[in-house]
Ligand binder design. Sequence first.
Ligand SMILES: [Zn+2]
Length: 454
Amino acid sequence: MKTFVRCGQLFTGCEDDARQHQTLVVDEAGVIEYAGPDGDAPRRTRQDRMLDYSRLFVMPGLIDVHTHLAYGNAKSEEDIDLYSPLEFRALRGLFFAQKCAAAGFTALCSPGDAGQISLSIRNAIRAGLFDGPRVMAAGRYLTTHQGLTDWYPTWIGAPETSIGKLVTNIAEAIEEIRRQVKDGVDCIKIALDGIQRRENGELVAAFNQEETDAMVRETHRLGKKAVAHARGREATLYAARSGVDLIFHANHLDDECIAAMLETGSALCPTLTQPKNVIEFTQPHEPAGQKGRPGAARREYEIGCGNWKKARAAGIPMMTGTDTGFAVTPYGEWNARELELFVEDLGFTPAAALRAATEVNARFMSQGDHIGRLEPGRFADVLALDFSPLEDIGGLQDRRRISAVHIAGKEVSIPERDYDPRQVTDFALSNWTELYTRARVAELRGQRLQLAAE
Ligand SMILES: [Zn+2]
């Protein structure tokens, strides 16, 4: 039995326009056999199924390359690392992965876990135990005593349940990479930003160039991809020179970084949503908010936008990812905001933003040749929408406008289910922010409007 999908408009991801009067034909394995004009489609037999999306906009499933399935809408470092057992984090992560799928995200990269959370979620979905998105999994971030994720005093170190794995030399780093690859990760995450600043304010990298080169070389030798967290210029430069496949943030990249990225083929995921939500949503009493350092988050964001535009103009592949998994970026609520911000703050056309979140992101993902575009030979990971995101890119954030989500041709149906976030995220003594769901943000905006009116 084949499935014929009649599409009102079809955006394949291969070009910037949507086409009218198109049909997709999907085989029993969920692979697209035909994508083209209704008139040229193969003949339908009596056994075949017809899906009538002739009033809908059909496009590839969205991909987010920066969603932390293990974090659980975290409000603090302790929340990420300490307050819930790994087993609970994995169950919670599966629930949240499903929330992302229901929001139109059919594939996610989860770059950095404690334990083996994301890869267990990936395997449970892949084995058919649960519906959910395709997951590309990393293990613990490799870090040093000078790196991000080594955030406790030295006498505590990085506990086993932390997202950071402290390594003290190249041999230990290589050993950890081999161990993670044996466990089954798809990519290795390196915490490249350090904690010290030079006199000019520049962040010193956590690893030196030689160490970075050695880690990336071993990762590639084992057939895996390397990703790095790097906001600072030096960390970005080391990552780019060593051929890290995907660099997150890179706010302070310069021409030297761009040249190195072009040379080695590094892609960039600037990650706009998390900082933009911090700037727009947080309240003065919250540590992540503006108190104490007014405008700092906004300035960092604006510097980034200037540099990311330069990177794009130079031809660096730009990928969409949100840093979903914090209380300021809860799962499935803001993932699609990244596309809107690519348009508003980086000057992308809506079509270019859609392609960034589909075919460009796919170039980084596992099975990347089989997702991200609607063309023969690729999986039918498909969204059907009751509007055109080419006219309203922000509309993608409204779940009610997503009429259907298919993964490998199978319609994903995930019941809307609430959970009590206070049960899982209110253990820490000091929280960065409260939980900013779409409903909470709308409520706060309403209060502000009311205050202004009074
Ligand atoms: Zn992140």
